[in-house]
Ligand binder design. Structure first.
Ligand code: NAP
Length: 414
């Protein structure tokens, strides 16, 4: 194992290995965690207790997680002088699966978001955001239980590639002149210019990951969400490459909508995944009007950013929305909200987002029984209306509890 200067590798644990495209998980896997800034320590401490409780509940001592703290954000800056020390990447590369609380984006000094840097350096190309309602969580829609989708958002391309030139600069003017004079485009003077790259490589690996996920989790469809009617060579190409990868890499298990009707009269045969596509604006209507027709949704970066928050709002908001950033080998699970600094150290906020991210992590390593124990615990605690301030203020007759008390309630209801 590698040498670490600040992190300590647990004595009685073993690394997870990648084998035959899957994970080989020992009985006592070493899992690195980043506590996070602001409310991070509060929600992490509740989450860790819940996860350890679920693993004990499911495996009665046969399995156990060997937690390894690694550093990023303010704690890293204090300990090491750096916001994101190299050994933090090293540990995630070595141990393959980790979990993190929210991190402050340092202001000024040209420092990039730590979250974005982690995703880029580790090539975590799929941002996975499941949105599913837990009974009792306040929701703005009439039938929140009908939405149960998993969004696969491409994490490395699109307008997020950061290729932009500010209006009025020499660079913007050079690009504008090139586009007007050599490429025959029409662009007004003094425009700001941004470029949106979408590649077959980036699209194919994302859509393949979404199809594999659907297959492994018994999901029925993968929808390619795009704005290809307007941006033909980026968004439209995303759709085309998505269908291509389904037909070339998964010919036995995927079906298009045409085939479904032509060969099976609209009835999806057992074991098959329907691959379909929807235009982005229609998709937003569909998740409100016909949510139960959607399952896994694969989409470029910006569409995915918008759709994840819209779907999260439908099932109770960001306080309960989990997420993961996943690459070919490394997976990093995280709360989707920020550091909410005004509540730091108050033992007040909702740990639900990080707890649900831990559920995704347990499913990722195949510890489904422990994941199910947490699901039962969360459903029980929320069903009993024992909730933190954010949910309590929207629920009639609820009991307001602290972050740690909510964690205890989840453990009691497992
Ligand atoms: P935020 O930290 O998400 O907080 C905004 C508001 O959301 C809070 O004031 C609170 O609303 C509610 N909230 C957030 N987490 C909650 C929880 N666990 N339980 C209950 N309510 C919760 O967003 P922000 O204030 O815009 O960002 C603060 C910092 O976080 C920034 O430095 C930002 O860069 C960083 N950030 C990090 C990540 C990440 O690490 N993935 C993501 C986003 C932002 P009420 O006060 O109305 O109750």
């Amino acid at each position: 194992m590698s040498e670490y200067s600040y992190a300590r590798v647990p004595d009685r644990g073993e690394p997870i290995a990648v084998a035959d495209g899957g994970l080989s998980v020992p009985r006592r896997p070493i899992l690195p965690f980043i506590e996070g800034d602001g409310i991070g320590p509060d929600i992490w401490s509740a989450t860790k207790r819940v996860v350890d409780g679920a693993v004990r509940n499911a495996y009665e001592g046969e399995r156990e997680i060997a937690w390894m703290e690694i550093f990023a954000g303010e704690k890293a800056k204090e300990k090491t002088g750096e916001w994101l020390p190299g050994e933090t990447y090293e540990a995630l590369r070595e141990f393959k699966v980790g979990i993190k609380g929210p991190l402050t984006t340092p202001v000024g000094g040209g420092i990039r978001s730590l979250n974005v840097t982690l995703r880029q350096v580790l090539d975590l190309y799929a941002c996975i955001r499941p949105c599913r309602w837990i009974e009792g969580v306040p929701s703005p829609v009439k039938e929140p239980e009908k939405l149960d989708v998993v969004i696969f958002r491409e994490n490395t391309e699109d307008v997020y590639a950061g290729i932009e030139w500010e209006a009025g600069t020499d660079e913007a003017e050079r690009v504008r002149r090139f586009l007007v004079e050599e490429m025959g485009s029409e662009i007004r003077e003094e425009s700001g210019i941004g470029i949106k790259p979408i590649s077959p490589f980036g699209t194919r690996r994302l859509v393949a990951a979404a199809i594999r996920y659907a297959l492994n989790r018994g999901r029925q469809s993968v929808t390619l969400m795009h704005k290809g009617n307007i941006m033909k060579f980026t968004e439209g190409a995303f759709r085309d490459w998505g269908y291509e990868v389904a037909a070339e890499e998964f010919p036995e298990v995927t079906l298009s909508e045409q085939e479904l009707w032509r060969r099976f009269e609209g009835c999806l045969p057992e074991g098959r995944i329907l691959v379909k596509d929807r235009i982005a604006d229609a998709m937003f209507q569909q998740v409100l009007l016909r949510p139960d027709e959607y399952d896994v949704i694969a989409t470029p970066n910006l569409n995915g950013d918008y759709l994840s928050d819209a779907c999260a709002a439908q099932v109770g908001g960001l306080g309960m929305a989990p997420g993961a950033n996943v690459g070919d080998e490394v997976a990093l699970f995280e709360a989707t909200h920020g550091t909410a600094p005004k509540y730091a150290g108050m033992d007040k906020v909702n740990p639900g987002s990080l707890i649900l991210s831990a559920v995704m992590m347990l499913e990722h390593i195949g510890w489904n029984e422990a994941a199910e124990a947490i699901d039962r615990g969360l459903a029980g605690a929320i069903g009993a209306k024992t909730v933190t301030y954010d949910l309590e203020r929207q629920m009639e007759g609820a009991t307001k509890v602290t972050t740690s008390e909510f964690g205890e309630a989840v453990i009691r209801h497992m």
